[in-house]
Write a protein that binds this ligand. Structure first.
Ligand code: 13P
Ligand code: SF4
Length: 324
């Protein structure tokens, strides 16, 4: 965890908050000349307040074109860091600096540096769910929506793919690249979806279509009709002829799907433990409306990236944007 993320902010005190929090956030946004970027895994109230709501690629693209002074980033730390890398002269604030990611945390830069050094002839493709330091060690970044395209681009090179082993396996199958060296990380949320539970659920809903994020484990993906990024899942939910959809990703995507196709039945893919809320990312859910208000009010907590790391990390991010 970076020093920044240890600097935990205050929990807002209820009597300190304006009565109409949503309107207060809109007003503060104008006052601060800010833009709110939010990932689909944020609570619905935050998604509805955002200027841009999207998947990791869409948010990186949006961050590339910001003209306002402040970016209030509602997502996890690596996403806000990416916005900062693309916008060194703008203030990037987040509702909660502790909103990390198990994939990013499972790939420490010092260990990754050694791994990369052992394979100097390899192109390093890193999933955007990694720290700025790991990005700085990479040749190109990818997201779940462009990973196959990026891997195909390096068809003549040996490849290191980090840090998600499930996305790596899926992309390897899609592209015929079974030879990639894979960092063995995983998302603690998507790994909890259960293939056994899913097959039981499908017996009760035989006509349902299963839509899954590629961070899920292989047995779940094998039972899925559609595999893609959060944007891809939302789009497929709209386009699918099925009226019942079983969704194997964070439940934040349900909000957009319900707005677009309110008559479809949406069912959460089951977890290993039937009592768990395993389709909620505990890191994403640290962000709340109250904390968003606070961060716009105080312009804190702010995300920072050391300039040397930022410059190095910018190269593979720009490479990804160029190839996407
Ligand atoms: P997307 O890029 O598909 O939005 O995924 C981000 C993520 O963190 C998935 O867990
Ligand atoms: Fe990271 Fe998983 Fe949360 Fe996505 S859902 S931000 S990969 S921990």
């Amino acid at each position: 965890m970076t020093e920044d993320r240890q600097r935990t902010e205050f929990p807002p005190t209820p009597d300190d908050l304006p009565e109409d929090l949503e309107q207060a956030i809109r007003d503060l946004k104008e006052e601060r000349n800010a833009i709110i970027l939010a990932h689909y895994y944020q609570e619905s109230e935050i998604q509805d307040l955002a200027d841009v709501v999207g998947d990791s690629l869409a948010l990186a693209r949006a961050a590339q074109n910001v003209e306002r002074d402040v970016i209030a980033f509602c997502g996890v730390h690596f996403m806000a860091e990416t916005a900062k890398i693309l916008n060194p002269d703008r203030k990037v604030v987040v509702p909660d600096l502790e909103a990390g990611c198990s994939l990013a945390d499972g790939c420490p830069a010092d260990e990754f540096e050694k791994f990369v050094a052992e394979h100097p002839d390899h192109k390093v493709i890193s999933y955007i769910n990694c720290s700025a330091e790991v990005k700085a060690l990479s040749d190109v970044i990818c997201t779940s929506s462009n990973a196959p395209r990026i891997v195909k681009h390096y068809k003549d090179h040996p490849i290191i793919f980090a840090p998600d082993r499930h996305l790596a396996r899926f992309v390897g199958q899609q592209t015929g690249r079974k030879d990639m060296l894979i960092w063995q990380g995983a998302c603690e949320v998507h790994e909890l979806f259960s293939a056994k539970g899913l097959s039981k659920l499908l017996m009760r809903h035989p006509k349902a279509e299963v839509l899954a994020h590629p961070e899920c484990e292989e047995a779940v993906l094998e039972m899925s009709d559609y595999i893609g990024s959060t944007t891809g899942i939302i789009q497929r939910a709209v386009d699918s002829p099925a009226n019942t959809l079983i969704i194997a990703t964070e439940e934040g995507v349900f909000h957009q799907i319900r707005k677009l196709v309110p008559d479809k039945e949406l069912i959460q893919a089951p977890g290993q433990d039937e009592s768990c809320a395993c389709n909620q990312c505990p890191y994403m859910r640290l962000n709340t409306l109250e904390k968003l208000y606070r961060c716009l009010h105080d312009l804190d907590p702010e995300v920072s990236v050391p300039e040397g790391t930022r410059k190095q990390a910018l190269i593979p991010i720009e490479k990804m944007l160029e190839l996407s």
